[in-house]
Design a protein around this ligand. Structure first.
Ligand code: FES
Length: 147
Protein backbone atom coordinates (compact mmCIF):
# COMPACT_ATOMS: atom_id res chain seq x y z
CA UNK A 1 0.00 0.00 0.00
CA UNK A 2 1.33 3.45 -0.94
CA UNK A 3 1.71 5.42 2.24
CA UNK A 4 4.00 8.25 1.17
CA UNK A 5 3.06 11.88 0.69
CA UNK A 6 3.14 13.41 -2.79
CA UNK A 7 6.23 15.37 -1.76
CA UNK A 8 8.08 12.21 -0.74
CA UNK A 9 7.05 10.53 -3.95
CA UNK A 10 8.18 13.54 -5.99
CA UNK A 11 11.60 13.68 -4.32
CA UNK A 12 12.02 9.93 -4.68
CA UNK A 13 11.05 9.83 -8.35
CA UNK A 14 12.79 13.12 -9.25
CA UNK A 15 15.60 13.49 -6.73
CA UNK A 16 17.19 16.93 -6.61
CA UNK A 17 20.97 17.13 -6.52
CA UNK A 18 21.62 13.42 -7.02
CA UNK A 19 25.05 12.50 -8.32
CA UNK A 20 28.68 13.34 -7.81
CA UNK A 21 29.84 16.86 -7.00
CA UNK A 22 33.15 17.09 -8.80
CA UNK A 23 34.44 20.14 -6.95
CA UNK A 24 33.28 19.09 -3.49
CA UNK A 25 35.60 20.08 -0.70
CA UNK A 26 33.73 18.33 2.09
CA UNK A 27 32.31 14.81 2.24
CA UNK A 28 29.89 13.32 4.74
CA UNK A 29 28.80 9.73 5.05
CA UNK A 30 26.19 7.85 7.00
CA UNK A 31 24.93 4.33 6.88
CA UNK A 32 23.03 1.62 8.62
CA UNK A 33 24.26 -1.93 8.80
CA UNK A 34 20.78 -3.02 9.84
CA UNK A 35 19.06 -2.11 6.58
CA UNK A 36 22.17 -1.73 4.40
CA UNK A 37 21.29 1.80 3.34
CA UNK A 38 24.11 4.27 2.89
CA UNK A 39 24.36 7.93 2.04
CA UNK A 40 27.27 9.97 0.77
CA UNK A 41 26.92 13.73 0.81
CA UNK A 42 29.27 16.03 -1.10
CA UNK A 43 29.40 19.74 -0.32
CA UNK A 44 31.15 22.73 -1.78
CA UNK A 45 31.69 25.16 1.07
CA UNK A 46 32.98 28.67 0.31
CA UNK A 47 35.87 30.20 2.28
CA UNK A 48 33.20 32.22 4.13
CA UNK A 49 31.55 28.99 5.29
CA UNK A 50 28.52 29.05 3.00
CA UNK A 51 27.30 25.84 1.38
CA UNK A 52 27.36 26.75 -2.30
CA UNK A 53 26.53 23.37 -3.75
CA UNK A 54 25.50 19.92 -2.56
CA UNK A 55 25.00 16.54 -4.15
CA UNK A 56 24.27 13.13 -2.78
CA UNK A 57 24.45 9.46 -3.60
CA UNK A 58 22.05 7.31 -1.66
CA UNK A 59 21.88 3.57 -1.88
CA UNK A 60 18.69 2.87 -0.06
CA UNK A 61 14.98 3.09 0.34
CA UNK A 62 12.57 5.66 -1.04
CA UNK A 63 12.44 7.57 2.24
CA UNK A 64 16.23 7.79 2.44
CA UNK A 65 16.44 9.07 -1.15
CA UNK A 66 13.64 11.60 -0.65
CA UNK A 67 15.20 12.76 2.63
CA UNK A 68 18.60 13.19 0.98
CA UNK A 69 17.08 15.15 -1.86
CA UNK A 70 15.13 17.44 0.46
CA UNK A 71 18.08 17.88 2.82
CA UNK A 72 20.39 19.07 0.03
CA UNK A 73 17.76 21.61 -1.01
CA UNK A 74 17.42 22.81 2.56
CA UNK A 75 21.13 23.37 3.22
CA UNK A 76 22.11 24.93 -0.06
CA UNK A 77 22.91 28.61 0.38
CA UNK A 78 23.01 28.21 4.15
CA UNK A 79 25.97 28.81 6.39
CA UNK A 80 27.59 25.79 7.97
CA UNK A 81 26.22 26.91 11.34
CA UNK A 82 22.67 27.13 9.96
CA UNK A 83 23.13 23.68 8.41
CA UNK A 84 24.17 22.33 11.80
CA UNK A 85 20.69 23.17 13.07
CA UNK A 86 18.91 21.04 10.49
CA UNK A 87 17.26 18.03 12.08
CA UNK A 88 15.80 14.90 10.54
CA UNK A 89 12.46 16.04 11.93
CA UNK A 90 12.65 19.25 9.89
CA UNK A 91 13.51 17.24 6.78
CA UNK A 92 10.57 14.91 7.38
CA UNK A 93 8.27 17.89 7.94
CA UNK A 94 9.44 19.49 4.69
CA UNK A 95 8.48 16.21 3.00
CA UNK A 96 4.99 16.64 4.51
CA UNK A 97 5.71 13.73 6.79
CA UNK A 98 7.13 10.24 6.63
CA UNK A 99 5.41 7.07 7.80
CA UNK A 100 6.31 6.46 11.45
CA UNK A 101 8.33 3.36 10.67
CA UNK A 102 10.31 5.33 8.07
CA UNK A 103 11.29 8.29 10.25
CA UNK A 104 14.62 6.63 10.96
CA UNK A 105 15.50 6.88 7.26
CA UNK A 106 15.59 10.67 7.53
CA UNK A 107 18.17 10.28 10.28
CA UNK A 108 20.66 9.23 7.60
CA UNK A 109 20.38 12.66 5.99
CA UNK A 110 20.96 14.50 9.26
CA UNK A 111 23.89 12.24 10.10
CA UNK A 112 25.53 12.74 6.71
CA UNK A 113 25.23 16.53 7.05
CA UNK A 114 26.74 16.44 10.54
CA UNK A 115 29.48 14.12 9.35
CA UNK A 116 30.29 16.52 6.48
CA UNK A 117 30.34 19.52 8.79
CA UNK A 118 32.53 17.65 11.23
CA UNK A 119 34.90 17.07 8.31
CA UNK A 120 34.77 20.78 7.47
CA UNK A 121 35.55 21.84 11.04
CA UNK A 122 38.42 19.37 11.23
CA UNK A 123 39.92 20.44 7.91
CA UNK A 124 39.74 24.11 8.84
CA UNK A 125 40.83 23.71 12.45
CA UNK A 126 37.58 25.20 13.70
CA UNK A 127 36.94 24.25 17.32
CA UNK A 128 33.64 22.54 18.07
CA UNK A 129 31.81 20.72 20.78
CA UNK A 130 32.13 16.97 20.14
CA UNK A 131 28.72 16.53 21.81
CA UNK A 132 27.18 18.11 18.71
CA UNK A 133 28.41 15.21 16.63
CA UNK A 134 27.31 12.35 18.80
CA UNK A 135 26.16 9.60 16.50
CA UNK A 136 22.56 8.55 16.48
CA UNK A 137 22.35 4.82 16.95
CA UNK A 138 20.64 4.31 13.63
CA UNK A 139 20.85 0.55 13.84
CA UNK A 140 19.20 0.55 17.23
CA UNK A 141 16.51 2.89 15.93
CA UNK A 142 15.97 0.57 13.00
CA UNK A 143 15.81 -2.49 15.22
CA UNK A 144 13.27 -0.80 17.47
CA UNK A 145 10.97 -0.27 14.55
CA UNK A 146 11.52 -3.50 12.67
CA UNK A 147 12.15 -5.74 15.64
FE1 FES B 1 16.81 2.04 6.66
FE2 FES B 1 15.28 3.43 4.88
S1 FES B 1 15.06 1.36 5.50
S2 FES B 1 17.18 4.01 5.76
Amino acid sequence: MWEYTDTVRDHFLNPRNAGVLEDANVIGEAGSLACGDALKLMLKVSPEGVIEDAKFQTFGCASAIASSSMATEMIMGKSIHEAMELTNKAVAEALDGLPAHKMHCSVLAEEAIKNALNDYFDKNNIPYDAEQFKETDHDELHAQVHG
